[in-house]
Design a protein around this ligand. Sequence first.
Ligand code: 4AZ
Length: 255
Amino acid sequence: IVGGKVTAIESQPWTGAIFQRSRTSEFFTCGGSLIASCWLVTAAHCFPNGASTDPNRYSIFLGKGAINETDSRKEQKFQVEKIIIHPAFDDSQGNYNNDIALVKMRSRSGQCAVESRAVKTVCLPPQNRMLPAGSTCEIVGYGRERESLWYYSNYLREARVQLLPQSVCSSEQYYGTMLTGNMFCAGGSDWTVDSCKGDSGGPLVCEVDHRMYLFGIVSWGEGCARKYRPGVYTKVTNYNQWIAEQTGMQAMAAG
Ligand code: 4AZ
């Protein structure tokens, strides 16, 4: 996160961290959002090719305030039972169309997430109900604090961003036809606030009637906090039905 501040996991308790396991160690790869006790939603591009959707290669952490520190009173660790990449995910055009994946988790003892001050689910907005341009939302992640840094933030960070009009973000000065209807853009008014490398898969949440809803998944952007190159987010409200089908969760109708 560029231009944000360190935040406690209790302020964004749906934030998950995906670690990839090698023979000798585990390293952080992507963020995610807890949408049900057994399900994390993240970006499809976090699993770059078919071979790496092998569940045994990943661990999920919830309740984690820092990537390189363990607080066993807050943290919950999970194995991955299965990874479901959206069937229409397309990374061949450089814009990650349909960049959404579901991860089913379970702990060694077969449990799913247990709610606490540091671990809670986020709401899904009703189908096709996007907030208006100009709405202020929050992005959350353990990613870089500046594009030029080679290391991630150790601590979880959050920042406030505004939703951009689709017409602006798909104009020639911005991303043109790279921006599809499955994406939206968000950024700060002066190009100082953005998501960055390592924030991928993590949440863009917006408050509606005193509840936090997951509207976006950190997906891509040209660099970080560059002028006319805002962060691009997967439009979660396009996927209610797919999420419901895959998880068995009840989809909320737009009322
Ligand atoms: C990345 O490489 C990445 N500024 C994530 C978000 C953005 C750019 C790159 C948006 O994971």
